[in-house]
Design a binder for this molecule. Structure first.
Ligand SMILES: [Cu+2]
Length: 161
């Protein structure tokens, strides 16, 4: 099930690259989270050749979702705060995710230690050069648990674009 290529280049600034682009249109990425309220990367890149992206969020810690639950949410840079606030309002019964929020491009459900969750979405939802972020909507987590998500190209678009 898990045919995932994960290149860890360096600690917190680790870069995730999708594998098998030439052979498959679905590009698979894995992100790990832990009991210290961290993702193992702050940047994810999806090549333009990918028509679909499959992201698996793993929780390598031991604490239950109630205490240290994490999710993986993708949105445009400017929508993060509003989604985060919506998640707070939605509360734990909704896994800290606002319901039917069209600003959410993709999201996993909340996972606790030892669990994982996968979400698949089409790259037709993404525009090359736009600024996207991935983050966790557990209360207070997005201040640390956030990163840049880049579709196509090798650089994040200039600020203000
Ligand atoms: Cu979290």
């Amino acid at each position: 099930m898990n045919k995932i290529t994960l290149l860890r280049l360096s600690g917190a600034g680790a870069l995730l690259l999708a594998g098998g682009v030439a052979h498959a249109d679905t590009c698979k990425l894995t992100v790990e989270s832990d009991d210290q309220m961290r993702f193992n990367t702050h940047e994810m890149n999806v090549p333009k050749a990918c028509t679909e992206v499959e992201v698996t969020l793993k929780h390598s810690g031991q604490l239950p979702a109630k205490v240290m639950g994490h999710d993986w949410v993708l949105a445009r840079d400017g929508d993060m705060s509003a989604i985060d606030n919506g998640g707070l309002t939605a509360g734990s019964k909704n896994g800290w995710l606002p319901e039917n929020d069209k600003r959410i491009i993709a999201s996993t459900h909340l996972v606790g230690g030892g669990e994982s969750a996968t979400v698949t979405f089409s790259t037709s939802l993404l525009q090359e050069g736009s600024r996207y972020v991935f983050f966790c909507t557990s209360p207070g987590h997005s201040s640390i648990m956030r990163g840049t998500f880049v579709f196509g190209g090798t650089r994040v678009a200039q600020a203000g674009k």
